[in-house]
Design a binder for this molecule. Structure first.
Ligand code: AMP
Length: 480
């Protein structure tokens, strides 16, 4: 998963807002950050780490221009080295740059095709690079000084025709304009907004809110956007829209203050809590209190507690200076890091039946540690409620859950998982509960739920999955 942001202003430089916006998207990736701006020439700074680690006064001073794009990275394909940090650019034709969020599932095939048939050499294992080359190959044929929107749309069409998987892309063409597009299934979010200064496109509405764009609208699946150098907006439906937004964005990934495809993430999480409360009532469990595992599960836990008539207590305190544990590659490291990150409030827990609420269980490391931690703090019984159903299938669309072996619930029942985790009871959300909670009033909204049920909206076959898993394992081994 990654975060992307593009700005094109009429009357000011973009850099302060690009940095602020990327900071608001930092939850989407902490691996690397990058910004590319266009002025008399292209200016690029990218590197490993958080936005605050990559950028400083000195390098920001040279990122001038009123057109720019930025990226925060969470690695999916490849070894995840500094070479994979985005944005990427090609100086011919015009000077084109791109950044993306998602995962191109036929990346290795495209890479080979580009090398063997078109003699293009890629410089990284980042899956936006082939998209950039495919896009550029159409623009090369354009002979005009000012690029026509139709040419940009033709280039985007070519990308959509050849690239499979999930990709929301933002790019710029030097001294020509800002462009953006979303794959035909719209698996990853993308929003656009306008104000008196110009246009903005971003992964999540929260990035636009904080830089002064109040009203944002979703880029449609399969839609292409081009803001030309006269600041005119052009939109074109390149491929038929068949929205299947990733449901995990609502469960875990997106910030609660974002709105994605018409659904308020915070509200969706409240509804997830309400549905989960039904399950707990159904089981006849009677805990003394509810504790949210910070931070994602908080809204759901509050709604759940309200519905059950229980008190929500801050029984787990988070050290806000420790980065997300999930990113740590080895399980042992992860377990240690959970303890560094979370600590129980004994006075609240001692002698009580505690109902913990968390958003998801992937490998189970976090849950096992937390359940034990609450027990060690003196709880009588520990119940664990999860706002999502069991994760059982790899995500091939950009969330770091690529191999089936990673899932504790892979071939296990709820009860078996509960035993391994050490909980007195484990209660998952039901699949219908998940769908109806996230939908809310958007009763016809369709989602990608592949990680829960193994149905892939872009038609991934078993063979594709095996190939993707093998590639993933190869890189994981190489990196460790
Ligand atoms: P695990 O220990 O592998 O079961 O990790 C599960 C925890 O990681 C959950 O509590 C989530 O809050 C968080 N999480 C779930 N999915 C992801 C993801 N794709 N990237 C980062 N964190 C995640």
């Amino acid at each position: 998963m990654c975060g992307i942001l593009g700005l094109f202003y009429k009357d000011r430089v973009v850099i302060p807002n690009l940095v602020e916006g990327l900071l608001a998207l930092q939850h989407r990736g902490q691996d690397s950050a990058g910004i590319l701006t266009s002025d008399l020439t292209l200016h690029l700074k990218k590197g490993d780490g958080l936005v605050t680690q990559v950028f400083n006064e000195k390098n920001l001073a040279r990122l001038i221009g009123s057109l720019g794009i930025g990226h925060v990275r969470y690695p999916t394909v490849g070894p995840g080295s500094g070479e994979d940090a985005q944005p990427f650019y090609l100086n011919y034709p015009y000077g084109i740059a791109m950044a993306h969020n998602g995962n191109v599932t036929n990346y290795f095939r495209l890479r080979t095709e580009l090398r063997q048939q078109e003699h293009r050499q890629l410089t990284s294992f980042c899956d936006v690079e082939p998209l950039l080359h495919i896009f550029a190959s159409v623009l090369e044929r354009s002979k005009t000084k000012q690029i026509k929107p139709e040419t940009v749309f033709r280039a985007i069409k070519n990308v959509l025709r050849r690239a499979r998987g999930a990709y929301s892309v933002i790019g710029l063409i030097h001294q020509q304009g800002l462009f953006a597009f979303r794959d035909p299934k719209g698996i990853r979010p993308l929003v656009i907004a306008r104000n008196d200064h110009g246009y903005a496109v971003a992964s999540e509405s929260v990035a636009l809110d904080i830089i002064g764009f109040q009203e944002s609208e979703d880029v449609k699946p399969g839609e292409a956007i081009f803001v030309d150098r006269q600041h005119r907006l052009h939109r074109y439906q390149v491929a038929r829209a068949d929205l299947h937004i990733c449901i995990f964005e609502f469960v875990y990934f997106a910030r609660p203050d974002s709105v994605i495809d018409g659904i308020e993430v915070y509200e969706a999480r409240l509804r997830l809590g309400e549905k989960l409360a039904d399950e707990i009532q159904h089981r006849g469990l009677k805990p003394d209190m509810v504790i949210a595992v910070p931070d994602t599960a908080r809204p759901a836990a509050s709604a759940l507690a309200r519905q059950l008539g229980l008190e929500l207590r801050e029984g787990l305190i988070k050290n806000r200076y420790i980065a997300r544990t999930f990113i740590m590659p080895r399980t042992a490291n992860r377990a240690l890091s959970v303890r560094q990150k979370l600590n129980p409030v004994r006075s609240q827990i001692k002698g009580k039946d505690v109902l913990l609420v968390d958003d998801s269980i992937v490998r189970g490391t976090t849950s096992r540690e937390i359940v034990q931690m609450i027990r060690d703090a003196g709880a009588r019984r520990v119940f664990l409620a999860i706002t999502a159903p069991p994760l059982r299938f790899p995500c091939v669309y950009g969330i770091d859950m690529m191999t089936r072996g990673e899932f504790i619930a892979k071939d296990r029942t709820e009860e078996e998982v509960g035993k391994i985790i050490g909980a007195d009871a484990l209660i998952y959300q039901t699949y219908p509960g998940l769908i109806s909670a996230v939908r809310g009033k958007e009763t016809r909204r369709r989602f990608c739920t592949a990680c829960f049920i193994g149905k892939y909206p872009t038609g991934i076959t078993r063979k594709d999955l095996r190939l993707l898993e093998a590639e993933r394992e190869y890189w994981t081994k190489k990196a460790s």
